[in-house]
Design a protein around this ligand. Structure first.
Ligand code: CO8
Length: 258
């Protein structure tokens, strides 16, 4: 499908999705969110794709929802239209890993979009923030919930109430991002992480993603049981036999996603 607000390239089992509204610092308008949901859905259904990278430009991952598109809307518009609800649900339904590669601004909906991914690799230029408070609104696609899980209540409150930005170093220290790299190396780092994931059993990767996500959704006892049962279930797969045999034979495993 031809997209206008994103660029999609797939090579070596990795689908790279680049947000592409440079004049608006990749502000998320309805068209971009719709195209992104479509592209993520396509990549999820494409057998050739084993990992997805979501990125923006050097200056901005995304500077938030598009304020010019939202400014004149009223409650009935956004409530009845369920602004971005179904598109966001489609992105969240993706069962393949999504890495956010963040350079520059990741603000408001941009920060929330990065947090929806499975992990964030940040350039040393990255700036995260939830400045919606300055616009007379609050976060609307997960920011109050996910940021709090990542960085704890005190820092999340600070970010949401003051609207201040967090730099890459603070974001790593606080657990929001998994690693920080020099801006020039961001895409190489993200690509090498994606390639590593692509080499694993796709079956096991899906199981790991589902289990980690349960940590955010279930009480500990239920999460532990979910993990244990998935762990037990993986012993029914050929990839478990191959992975353990390869280790004992001191060779690389040849996973077949079975
Ligand atoms: N929406 C629309 N246009 C934007 C946005 C945005 N969020 N951010 C930047 N732009 C545009 C600017 O208007 C400007 O356009 P133009 O050149 O035509 O004037 C262009 O991008 C470049 O921006 P600046 O000139 O402002 O660049 P600076 O380097 O001076 O500043 C900043 C960069 C600090 C990032 C600044 O642009 C800024 O503060 N942007 C707004 C950040 C913000 O408030 N984000 C939160 C938006 S609200 C939100 O995300 C709600 C999420 C929940 C949605 C839920 C839906 C259900």
């Amino acid at each position: 499908m031809a997209y206008e607000t994103i660029v999609v390239e797939t090579a070596d089992h990795v689908c790279l999705i680049r947000l592409n509204r440079p004049d608006a610092l990749n502000a998320l308008n309805g068209q971009l969110i719709g195209e992104l949901a479509e592209a993520v859905g396509e990549a999820d259904g494409d057998k050739n794709v084993r990992c997805i990278i979501l990125t923006g430009s050097e200056k901005a991952f995304a500077a938030g929802a598009d304020i010019s598109e939202m400014a004149d809307k009223d409650f009935v518009d956004v409530f009845m239209g369920d602004m971005f609800g179904s598109q966001i649900d489609r992105i969240l339904a993706c069962r393949k890993p999504i890495i956010a590669a963040v350079s520059g601004y990741a603000l408001g909906g941009g920060c929330e979009l990065a947090m929806m991914c499975d992990f964030i690799i940040a350039a040393d230029t990255a700036k995260f923030g939830q400045p919606e408070i300055n616009l007379g609104v609050i976060a609307g696609i997960g920011g109050t919930q996910r940021l709090t899980h990542f960085v704890g209540k005190s820092k999340a409150m600070d970010m949401h109430l003051t609207g201040r930005f967090m730099d890459a170093e603070e974001a790593e220290r606080s657990g929001l991002v998994s690693r920080v790299v020099p801006a020039k190396k961001l895409m190489d780092e993200a690509m090498s992480a994606a390639q590593k994931i692509a080499e694993k059993s796709a079956l096991t990767v899906k199981a790991a993603k589902e289990a980690v996500n349960r940590a955010y959704e279930l009480p500990l006892r239920e999460g532990l049981l979910f993990e244990r049962r998935l762990f037990h279930g993986l012993f029914a797969t050929e990839d478990q036999k191959e992975g353990m045999k390869a280790f004992l034979e001191k060779r690389e495993p040849q996973f077949r996603d079975k």
